[in-house]
Design a protein. Structure first.
Length: 498
């Protein structure tokens, strides 16, 4: 596969077009971070408000990834990704035109929807690549797409400075942010007209029921309900943060009303889950062993994604300001230094998938990488102004490598659980990455950077322990076809493409 990676034909063309779609959504999603302090000064925002905007940027990605996952399984990745890319121009222009904190909150909440694009590509890549290649294929998709955070933090400040003559000599952040949305929308049209959901001769499989994930045991049903509650809790936490002193985006009564709406949403989710799984819960339906999966394994992957992608979201959101304040740097320089963290996505996330493919055990790959995440963040806890900047950069890059490799290792497993429900499962796991980002950034908004780093490190070590004792090796991890599919058919399809 690696030898033909740059051929840009057949399935490799689909892979490249899809990671680039994800790249653009990530540029847009993180187009605020490199300008956070500049926007704060221009719009007279308090430090607490700037930190809160980072949380808002992640919040709606939580429900959006679940919804996008269901739409994806029903309508396919081509239509779903194209519409999402075209929608991106809305929050980008809203951010570029914002004049105060309240307008920024709304625009960044809408931008969180854009972050759900990741889920779409997971299903697209799973349709075009075999299980034995899944780790590296998903790693390339996710890693090269996540490289968009580097594009945002490195390139956007330069664009803003280069076009400063349009803004009276000041950093033209409004133009830079607006430009990202316009480019993404144009690419959405291109994507729709140039890709297809599956290779020729392959049928796009859909879940038999829509509205919620169809589980295969009563124990898994209750585990799913608990998982849904965790995501609602994260949104409730955001509502609480928006009501606190120096923020006051919500009044106390509005916060309670938001909690009531979230409780209603949880009740609706629970009802839909019951409706989809009613025959299972009443004992009228049982699943043969070949169709069963344990939601507990999905829950473990949610935890690995909290500690990997959740920590990455938090780090990418706070590192520009962290380097700027810790080492008294100009915001452009600090943004470029902080960009070394997402820069590693070009190599680290694919390497996590590749190691998972080649090591022979996806479980132990995940466990070992989780240990690396924990140790490296605990090292970052000690960074302060007395450190040489190159050493501080080296430690954050070490943390970046393990966190991003952990993302690749997680999504080398996700498509193996239940292929026809990959969108919903990927959406669920992906949403917990945002759950982690929201929780970590809330902790950061209430404390400081060393506390954030130590929290992320300890959580990762706990995750490593859970993986070692409870994560199971997926069936058919290194097979030439998915379970239930004919290896001969799959081989014929891929040989035809190549």
């Amino acid at each position: 596969m690696l030898k033909k990676l740059f051929s840009f034909s057949d399935r490799y063309r689909i892979l490249h077009q899809t990671w680039f779609a994800f790249f653009l959504t990530f540029v847009c999603w993180f187009n605020f971070a490199p300008f956070a302090t500049t926007i704060g000064r221009e719009l007279h925002l308090a430090p607490e408000q700037i930190k809160t905007l980072g949380i808002c940027n992640l919040a709606l990605t939580i429900p959006a990834r679940l919804i996008i996952g269901m739409l994806l399984d029903r309508f396919g990745p081509r239509i779903t990704y194209s519409i999402l890319l075209m929608f991106t121009v809305v929050p980008c222009l809203a951010t570029a035109l914002a004049q105060d904190f309240n307008q920024l909150v709304i625009s960044r909440l809408l931008m969180g929807i854009v972050g759900s694009g990741f889920v779409v590509g997971i299903r697209m890549v799973a349709e075009w690549f075999q299980p034995k290649e899944m780790g590296v294929a998903q790693g390339i998709y996710g890693g090269w797409g996540n490289f968009g955070a580097f594009g945002a933090e490195f390139a956007l400040p330069m664009i803003a400075v280069a076009t400063s003559f349009f803004a009276g000599g000041a950093s033209n952040w409004r133009f830079a942010i607006a430009l990202t949305g316009i480019i993404a929308a144009i690419y959405g049209v291109i994507y729709y007209n140039t890709v297809q959901d599956t290779p020729a001769g392959k049928v796009y499989s859909k879940p038999k029921k829509n509205g919620s994930l169809e589980v295969t045991s009563i124990k898994s049903f209750w585990a799913m309900i608990l998982s849904n509650f965790g995501l609602i809790f994260a949104l409730g936490l955001l509502a609480w943060r928006l009501e606190q002193k120096k923020i006051h985006f919500l009044t106390l009564s509005q916060m309670y009303l938001t909690w009531l709406v979230l409780a209603g949403l949880f009740a609706y989710q629970t009802y839909k889950a019951w409706e989809v799984n009613r025959e299972l819960l009443s004992g009228k339906k049982t699943y043969p062993a070949s169709e069963r999966f344990q939601f507990g394994q999905v829950a473990l992957l949610e935890f690995t994604y909290i500690t990997s992608f959740g920590s990455e979201l938090a780090a990418v959101s706070m590192l520009p300001a962290f380097f700027e304040k810790t080492f008294s740097l100009e915001h452009v320089v600090a943004g470029m230094i902080a960009a070394t963290y997402p820069f590693l996505n070009l190599f680290s996330r694919p390497s996590g998938g590749l190691i998972s493919d080649k090591f022979g055990s996806r479980k132990w790959t995940m466990t070992i990488i989780s240990v690396g995440i924990g140790v490296s963040y605990l090292m970052a806890h000690f960074i302060n102004s007395s450190w040489p900047i190159p050493v501080a950069i080296a430690v954050t890059m070490l943390a970046a490598y393990f966190a991003q490799a952990g993302c690749g290792a997680t999504y080398s497993i996700v498509p193996m659980i239940k292929k026809e429900a990959t969108g919903q499962i990927a959406g669920n796991v992906g949403a917990y990455g945002n759950f982690g980002g929201v929780v970590y950034l809330t902790i950061f908004s209430l404390t400081d950077a060393p506390t954030l780093f130590s929290t992320m490190g300890i959580a990762a070590l706990i995750c490593a322990f859970m993986c070692a004792f409870f994560l199971k090796e997926p069936k058919g991890s290194f097979a030439a076809a998915y379970e239930g599919e004919s290896p001969e058919t799959a081989t014929t399809i891929f040989l035809t493409e190549e």
